[in-house]
Design a protein around this ligand. Sequence first.
Ligand SMILES: [Zn+2]
Length: 459
Amino acid sequence: MALQSAKMFKRIIYGITVACICAAAVFTPSKTVRHEFPVFRVMLDPGHGGVALPDRCRNGDRYCAVTRTYLQDFREGASFRGIEEHALVYEIASKAYDILLDCGENGDFSKFYPVLERFTDVSYDRVYIQCHMSRSDSRHRNEIIRRKDPNDEFRIYDYPDDRGVMRPGRLSYINARRPQIVVSLHAAGKGAAYFMGMNPVIVPPFDFLHSGLLDLQGEKQGRSYFFSSPYRDWFDESSRRTGYQWFLNDVMLYFTGYPLKASGDADLDNFRGYRYNMVTWPYRDHIGWERWARTHPDNSPYAASAKKFVLAGKYWVREKSVYEKYKRDGGLEGFGGDNYYASAEIIRYILYSLGINNLYHADQRLGKPYISVWTMPLFVNAINAFIELGYLARPRFRYLLTSRQDEIAQGVAVGVYSLCAGIVPKQAPIRDRPKGKKIDLIKYSMPNKGSYFDLAPIP
Ligand SMILES: [Zn+2]
């Protein structure tokens, strides 16, 4: 439906609402029509929360059913001179949430309309956005530390409570709400000049990672599959290894759960677990898998060596599916799929929002994507817009993230709306102007099963 002005918009909405209610009254007297517009489910996911306390056995994350322990210390996020990532991203996500509430079925769209009007003056479709937050406030650290389990709701992966009953971590919580889009917001401490800006955080498609496995197995001729790929700019954990070596390390982790030593051998003392079995969803291995996995037998999906690893199980069927390919390959950015587009597009809307408020700076640009086997985009079925909003060590980003949260939040909210409905951004003297195209979600429909976002098992 096309709309031109606020007045006309209100009149049309009123007319359609009346028409829908009348139609409902005439044809289905016992029911009222609730969905005048398409409904999109969106999860806002501010990173981290919780506290990095010393005792990993009690306070860690990444609970492994094989070793029955947490495999990593809790990650509470970056901080710089007392400014904390978890607090900033929570504040920005909350503001975006408040704006998007007015796009919901029970919201007051007349409050969202003036925000949208600053970005576009061309007709657009009306949609409902049903918005959730993936976690609560974690800014009152003293309160959180006094809790019986300070990190409970903030954990990424499922975890046992004090009686040993498994509880859903944040990934399971998100998947259970079946969002089409998850917007993960983070900020880094420092960053290389090469990446300066606001960065999408993406995972490559399965085929690329599988080529890495064949390479580790000695089945690959040459390395051009890596060096000629758009995914070759691999995330370096440190300068002690090349990007290609870090890629092989992460390929090994992704398939076998073991990292590689600098020598290239499997690091058998540093097991990192089977992440897809740390989430409550239909792609876990069958009940009892952990007994089989305990000895890491050769010629199984739990082998500790790349050469003896066998691809088997529902998770790997999902990884090879066309739906994951849509999320992670090709698409409107040329590579990186809908995840890359969604991340880059929301960043462009944030930059646009800063620009129309006369906030310009050389650091404010769409930076290069960080590419690795990141958890959030790998273990949610939703399209994941994963964004590093900036670097706390840079004065410009400290200013924006502490003092311009409203402008950033408006960019996030309008970006989300545009990904769902599509809007045409007004002409403005801004370098990275949004494309304004909605994501084609129809391609995620599954035969007789609703959509991929409903967490339907892959046939
Ligand atoms: Zn972070």
